[in-house]
Design a protein around this ligand. Structure first.
Ligand code: RIB
Ligand code: CA
Length: 310
């Protein structure tokens, strides 16, 4: 497998990246590209480097991406992830820097030149991906699939209609949805079904690695937010973990191949993913919309990852 992780780290992004580092080699992970979302892109880039430092995987390159959405003002979520983007969880400082090449150029080059089709793991707003496809449409021929955390058929988490990643850059999302690439959507429909309960946190903690302490810290940060506690009294969803865990074991989720479009102009429903669950629009089917998850499997993959990392 050849994968590129596009991310706005981000506490749950960090969990997703650690799952990938535990299960895929430096050769399989072509690079990590960062994008503005949860935090500004420079903070996100530093965090990607910190996560690699922690895992002892500094051979993997980080490429800094877009600092703002294609057309709109940037919306961030420091109130969720902290100003440092990792909830104050003590990841080490990086001992290397990001590459000089920007993320969009790297995406176009790496995808074009890969001898194997590339899987994109998209954990944040789709700005980098949308820009790369609009600048070089032919790269879609060498993309195996885009597995992304974003959207929802059943209401948003940032507005009543929109999930955060899609809301930040609905225009980039539209480009990706129209691209013809195989799309696997890990929306709130599945991510809200897998909660970091205390038993699951204990299983991770019992792996007794430094990574386990950091994973517990990341999920505790999310679980302790009042707004999360109100909706999820037993723990927190770990949204982005679905993307890389799915690459580890695609039986993690089940879903339907349906049409999904995104609202790019309405003030009321901007960023809403309109999921044609009942197949009544007659529009082309373009997305594997996941709606069932083996939640025990998600947390066993996180726990396994914790035991495999330093
Ligand atoms: O809505 C959840 C998504 O928004 C996750 O990717 C989280 O990291 C934030 O980017
Ligand atoms: Ca994210």
């Amino acid at each position: 497998m050849r994968i590129i992780i596009d991310t706005d780290p981000g506490t749950d992004d960090a969990v997703a990246i650690l799952i990938a580092l535990a299960h895929f080699t430096d050769e399989e992970i072509l690079g990590i590209t960062t994008v503005a979302g949860n935090v500004g892109v420079k903070v996100g880039t530093t965090n990607a480097l910190r996560i690699l430092e922690q895992a002892g995987r500094n051979n993997i390159k980080v490429f800094e991406g877009e600092s703002a959405p294609l057309k709109r003002e940037l919306l961030t979520a420091e109130w969720v992830h902290g100003t440092d983007g990792l909830g104050g969880v003590p990841f080490p400082g990086p001992s290397k820097t990001e590459e000089d090449q920007d993320a969009v150029t790297f995406l176009k080059d790496a995808i074009s030149n890969s001898e194997e089709k590339v899987t994109l793991c998209v954990l944040g707003p789709m700005t980098n991906i949308g820009k790369a496809i609009s600048e070089m449409p032919e790269i879609v021929e060498n993309i195996e699939q885009i597995v992304f955390m974003g959207g929802s058929a059943t209401g948003g988490n940032t507005t009543p209609a929109a999930e955060f990643n899609i809301l930040v850059d609905p225009d980039a999302t539209h480009i990706v949805l129209q691209s013809g690439v195989k799309l696997v959507m890990m929306g709130l429909d599945v991510t809200h079904q897998a909660i970091s309960t205390s038993n699951r946190i204990k299983n991770i903690s019992d792996t007794n690695t430094k990574t386990s302490e950091l994973l517990v810290g990341l999920m505790s940060r999310l679980a302790n937010l009042e707004i999360v506690k109100k909706k999820f009294p037993d723990g927190t969803p770990v949204h982005d973990a679905f993307v890389t865990a799915y690459l580890v074991d695609s039986s993690l989720t089940k879903g339907n191949f349906v049409n999904v479009e995104v609202e790019t102009s309405s003030d009321l429903t901007l960023g809403q993913t309109v999921v044609d669950v009942n197949e009544i629009s007659g529009r082309d089917k373009n997305v594997y919309w996941m709606n069932e998850v083996d939640d025990d499997k998600l947390f066993s993959i996180i726990t396994k990852s914790s035991s495999l990392l330093p």
